[in-house]
Design a protein around this ligand. Structure first.
Ligand SMILES: Cc1ncc(COP(=O)(O)O)c(C=O)c1O
Length: 404
């Protein structure tokens, strides 16, 4: 008789966003005339930039001719894209990352959940709390997290690093030594970030204790302040302790088009074994590459025209972030984030818990956000709004909240 991977049964409840979707659907059915504004999920709303559409059209045409047709992509991704990434995202910023250390993929969600496979199941992970749920859940599925305590909403074998207003949403070095450290800056869900000096402390710590940092830079394009690092490789010594994840979803609107990449420097080793060769083996065995047409679209992101058009798109969302941030502040809310990230993290008012505030906002303003507690126990008492809506909807949502 077959057995299932019963680690899956340990996963508590349903995924945060399906719970929200169900609540919103029930509200909508009970109030069919309500015009609901969704500032909950981190999905983009602006169309792909013209330069990307042109690249897609061109690549589609190539696929229609024998001379320019492309089948399976090379294991690491096409060189034209890896060269553009290495130059623009790393070398131009003074980071020593080469094209053959870049693995093109179909997004950071898959990579952030799959990367744990190349590590022993005995490794202990450390995560920020609140956190993007994928890091923990993928480790639960792998059997690395121990038992779940429903009252505390924590796993026995996970090190939680609280990030709250009290520590300026900056994790402190953990007392217990982890093997794998997940960091995401600019952060989802708090919208806050850390300085290069603060990140250097983490890199030094990881090198000292022999831990690996899995650095999620999905929101890097939203950084507006000078002293905030765009990559962990801006820190000295990161080549021997850090893997970096990138997404084309938020900087270029590829949430439905799917493209990302992971950097594994060749200096990152466990004894004599390079993690690069393990990830290459995994990639080659379990993944068959992002489509040629999508990789060509990714290349267009780095063209001069592409950079111009995408800067405008990011500015559009960051204008929404400003509208939300300032509007909430004017209404007396305590607000964080929104300066280097498209997320605004607010303290729920009047001692409401995160889900009470979710219901309150949905019922009284017909605005959907995300309860902070859904991202971890330290998210309780907070609430996330995203800047990814249209400007009109964002303004309308804030006007409604102001009237509450
Ligand atoms: C922190 C973080 N990493 C990764 C992702 C997923 O990125 P992708 O669309 O490339 O899979 C998200 C999506 O919301 C995210 O918030």
């Amino acid at each position: 008789m077959f057995k299932i991977n019963d680690n899956y049964l340990k996963l508590p409840g349903s995924y945060l966003f399906s719970t929200i979707a169900k609540k919103v659907a029930a509200f909508s059915e009970a109030h069919p005339d309500a015009s609901i504004i969704r500032l909950g999920i981190g999905d983009v709303t602006q169309p792909l930039a013209p330069v990307i559409i042109d690249a897609l059209h061109k690549a589609v045409d190539e696929m229609g001719h024998a001379e320019t047709f492309h089948g399976y992509a090379p294991d690491l991704g096409y060189e034209f894209l890896r060269n553009a990434i290495a130059k623009n995202d790393y070398q131009d910023r003074g980071c020593d990352i080469r094209p053959d250390e870049i693995f093109v993929s179909d997004g950071a969600k898959c990579d952030s959940s799959n990367i744990q496979e190349i590590f022993s199941v005995d490794n202990k992970i450390a995560v920020c709390d609140p956190v993007y749920p994928v890091y923990v859940d993928s480790n639960v599925m792998a059997g690395r997290t121990g038992t779940y305590d429903p009252a505390a909403e924590t796993w026995s074998n996970v090190i939680y690093m609280p990030c709250t207003a009290e520590n300026n949403f900056t994790p402190e070095l953990p007392k217990e030594t982890p093997d794998l450290i997940y960091l995401c800056f600019p952060n989802n869900p708090t919208g806050t970030t850390i300085t290069k000096d603060q990140l250097q402390v983490w890199v030094d710590y990881a090198n000292r204790v022999g831990a690996v940092i899995i650095y999620d830079a999905a929101y890097e394009a939203y950084i507006s302040e000078e002293n905030v690092p765009h990559s962990v490789y801006e820190c000295q010594g990161a080549r021997t302790c850090a893997i970096e994840l990138h997404s084309f979803s938020k900087n270029a609107g590829f949430t439905g088009t799917r493209l990302g990449y992971t950097v594994v420097p060749k200096d990152l080793k466990c004894g004599e074994v390079a993690l690069h060769s393990l990830w290459a083996r995994r990639h080659g065995t379990k993944y068959n590459g992002a489509p040629y047409i999508i990789q060509r679209a990714g290349e267009a992101v780095y063209s001069e025209e592409g950079k111009k058009q995408l800067k405008k798109q990011v500015a559009y969302y960051m204008n929404n972030a400003r509208i939300i941030y300032e509007g909430l502040k004017e209404s007396g809310y305590t607000v964080f984030g929104g300066v280097n990230a498209p997320y605004i993290w607010l303290k729920t008012p009047d001692h409401m818990d995160s889900w009470q505030f979710f219901d309150y906002l949905l019922e009284k303003a017909n605005v959907v956000g995300t309860p902070g507690s859904g991202f971890g126990p330290s998210g309780e008492g907070y609430f996330r709004l995203t800047a990814f809506g249209s400007c009109e909807n964002t303004k309308a949502a804030i006007e409604r909240i102001k009237k509450l």
